[in-house]
Ligand binder design. Structure first.
Ligand code: PA5
Length: 471
């Protein structure tokens, strides 16, 4: 990877030299180098033992998946992804960053024959029925994504779509219901062996791609969970994985704080522990990266928010991730960041070169309040705003980190996503918690099963009902 293509991390504005006593000292950073090297060795050890298969995804063979996508090219106008949490947020982030900003409004020719992308990650009836009424089901491929296969929200959406395909319900308003072959209009992404989706796929010959053991939902964006929709929608999957692979090599070749994942995790760890800054804001200055912040929010929250450490002691740790968008949220949240409680570290995502540019015309030379913009590009303005916000924070002694992407493309995105995943694993090691489970989420999932009458969950349903009475 040439330096021109590499994403870079700049932590200068988190250091005491730049922001004063609220900043990290050289000694603190040095003190973190040893634990970080140990954390990295521990992660690599678990990877070698086969426990962290998500770390090997950059090198996976995706030829079968790419062939599947190529065979369907031009056949579908819509790709409907059903999933939630880690089974949806990666795809949303990829689509937001790598497709045309208004992809779904383009004509088929303008989309290069690829489908529109819809990700349904909620069970809101208005949203669901509203979308279903719009889709031409003959021209829609539905990708049901669930590692467990049983998540209530995804299962509910699957049932509704299947009902339409089986001809029981008219989909698009107008034409009468028609029956469509499920195996041609659905593809599953699920556990390779277990779960109800795998069972149905095997019984009915529905194509199904695997989410291997060791690839948890929030670490699955580079697995078929994210890569299949990406390939179907014409994103550059090879460049995405090559970017992730380049970051993997960079991390392994420069251990500890010398690689971006280690440095990012090290600074975040010091902010959380030494400065008790409990909030971690991600603020892209690129609308195309706004859903990366959403994806990161889940990655960070679900991985690091834990009740117990690995020895079983109560710790209740976890930085709270917050998302903001530059420049929009400068006029919303930045006042709080600059002057409110000093409890945040902000990570800016900044883009070097935008795919499109809009240069402001030199109108109103007689009006200084407008004339100064003439001849400058919007990208230049956006990046100036990022610098201005970082400076305003620094002036008040508030820390920030900056991730520079040369441009928003698949290669840079692969680097960024993989870097943040590894940083999350490292942060888990430093906090001495299991970053790869989610007992809090499972508890809520099981209580929902109980409340909705699923067999085997009656006791939990009674417990929830009791709480309601008591409240
Ligand atoms: O990251 C996670 O593990 C969760 O957010 C899951 O992705 C989410 O709960 C959906 O689970 P599943 O893919 O089993 O339907």
């Amino acid at each position: 990877m040439s330096e021109r293509d590499a994403i870079e991390l700049d932590v200068t504005l988190a250091l005491a030299e730049a922001i004063g006593s609220g900043g990290i000292t050289g000694r603190q950073l040095e003190g973190c180098a040893g634990p970080m090297a140990a954390a990295q060795a521990a992660l690599e050890g678990r990877r070698a033992a086969g426990d962290l298969a998500w770390m090997d995804l950059p090198g996976q063979d995706v030829s079968g998946l790419v062939r599947f996508a190529e065979e369907r090219h031009g056949r579908f106008d819509n790709l409907l992804v059903l999933g939630i949490g880690g089974s949806a947020l990666g795809t949303i982030a990829l689509g937001g960053a790598l497709l045309h900003p208004y992809h779904n409004l383009l004509s088929k020719e303008e989309r290069g024959g690829t489908p529109r992308l819809f990700v349904l990650d909620n069970v809101d009836p208005d949203q669901t029925r509203g979308l279903f009424d719009l889709l031409d089901w003959e021209r829609t491929l539905t990708n049901v994504v669930s590692k467990s296969g049983g998540t209530a929200e995804t299962a509910a959406a699957y049932l509704l779509v299947r009902d339409i395909l089986e001809g029981h319900v008219a989909g698009k308003a107008g034409p009468a219901a028609i029956r469509l072959p499920v195996a041609e209009h659905m593809v599953f992404t699920t556990d390779p062996e277990k779960g109800v989706l795998r069972e149905i796929a095997e019984e009915e010959g529905i194509p199904a791609f695997p989410i291997s053991a060791g690839v948890g939902g929030r670490f699955s964006v580079l697995s078929p969970v994210g890569v299949l929709p990406a390939a179907l929608c014409g994103m550059d999957v090879a460049a995405l994985l090559a970017g992730a692979d380049a970051m993997d090599r960079r991390i392994r070749e420069s251990p500890g704080l010398r690689n971006p994942a280690g440095l990012f995790a090290g600074v975040q760890y010091l902010e959380y522990t030494a400065f008790t800054r409990r909030l971690s804001v991600m603020m892209p200055y690129s609308a195309r990266l706004r859903f990366v912040a959403d994806w990161f929010k889940q990655l960070w929250a679900e991985s690091l928010g834990k009740a117990r450490d690995r020895r079983g002691s109560d710790v209740h740790v976890g930085p709270t991730p917050v998302e903001a968008l530059g420049a929009t949220d400068q006029h919303s949240q930045v006042q709080l960041y600059v002057e409110g409680p000093d409890d945040k570290v902000v990570t800016f995502l900044r883009v070097g070169s935008f795919d499109r540019e809009a240069t402001m015309p030199q109108l109103h030379p007689e009006k200084p309040a407008l004339a100064y913009l003439g001849g400058h590009g919007l990208g230049e303005l956006l990046n100036a705003e990022q610098r201005a916000t970082a400076w305003a924070l620094a002036r008040r002694g508030r820390p920030s980190i900056r991730v520079d992407l040369p441009r928003v493309d698949a290669h840079a995105l692969g680097q960024l996503l993989y870097m943040l995943e590894v940083a999350t694993g490292l942060m888990g090691e430093l906090l001495d918690i299991n970053a790869f489970d989610q007992p809090g989420v499972e508890l809520g999932k099981e209580a929902t099963y109980g409340l909705m009458g699923r067999t085997g969950y009656e006791a939990l349903a009674r417990e929830v009902a009791g709480l309601r009475k008591g409240a």
